[in-house]
Write a protein of this length. Structure first.
Length: 118
């Protein structure tokens, strides 16, 4: 059973930064695309960013230029560096693994809360 464990969430003021981490248990982590999603209260879960096995990256328009997704295959970990945070970035952030590179995510983490507030 694949496990994805997010960490790094918390409370930050507008304009601040946070770095989320997602540690994967699968030893074949390097083969798979990984994604970050978020869900705000009362809203659907939205795509945030994606990184392929060969390091191509994709971002939602709402975070482009502020967030950066990266991965360290030696540590089986994917990161989301979030800068210039806004109150509308407040959400539970989830990482997910796409094993077939088809845009369908097979495994999900439990989520980590990010709150942007003064």
């Amino acid at each position: 059973q694949v496990q994805l464990v997010e960490s790094g969430g918390g409370l930050v003021q507008p304009g601040g930064s946070l770095r989320l981490s997602c540690a994967a248990s699968a030893p074949t982590f390097s083969r798979y695309a990984m994604g970050w999603f978020r869900q705000a209260p009362g809203k659907e879960r939205d795509f945030v960013a994606r990184i392929t096995w060969n390091y191509f990256t994709y971002y939602a328009d709402s975070v482009k230029g502020r967030f950066t997704i990266s991965r360290d295959n030696d540590k089986n970990t994917v990161y989301l560096q979030m800068n210039s945070l806004k109150p509308e970035d407040t959400a539970v952030y989830y990482c997910a693994e796409d094993r077939d590179s088809d845009g369908e995510y097979n495994y999900w983490g439990q989520g980590t809360q990010v709150t942007v507030s003064s």
